[in-house]
Design a binder for this molecule. Structure first.
Ligand code: ZN
Length: 131
């Protein structure tokens, strides 16, 4: 099985700047037992062969436009920032904006856990199908 090894990287540069990149580290041949993590919550999904929920960039972009966010990742980042005394109201907006820009720019499929898949589906269902 071929998958692209991507990860979401958040960098904080100074007080009010955040850059998030979903960098393609490389396309590698991975074993079906390679552990996979959810792109929306970072939870371990299990082995690659157990990943049941994947979304094309097009479908994922539609869910994001309907308000899909990586809530758990955001909360963890904001808790960390809060512990550093940052303004988390401003940081939240910044993180969301950066994540959306990064996510909608991504050209690879997204793998999510079953819990996040339910959220993604709910965000997809709210859109009238174009066809
Ligand atoms: Zn998840």
């Amino acid at each position: 099985m071929r998958v692209s090894t991507e990860q979401v990287i958040v960098n904080f540069d100074g007080k009010h700047t955040a850059t998030i990149t979903k960098g393609t580290v490389g396309v590698v041949d991975m074993d079906e037992n390679t552990p996979a993590v959810c792109d929306l919550c970072n939870e371990l999904i299990g082995a690659l062969k157990d990943v049941k929920h994947t979304y094309s960039p097009e479908r994922f972009t539609r869910a994001i436009l309907n308000g899909l966010l990586p809530e758990k990742i955001l909360e963890a980042q904001l808790a960390w920032l809060n512990s550093k005394g940052r303004d988390i109201v401003a940081a939240r907006k910044l993180l969301i904006d950066s994540w959306k820009a990064m996510a909608m720019d991504s050209e690879t499929d997204w793998a999510v856990c079953s819990e996040c898949s339910k959220r993604a589906e709910a965000h997809l269902e709210t859109t009238p199908k174009p066809e």
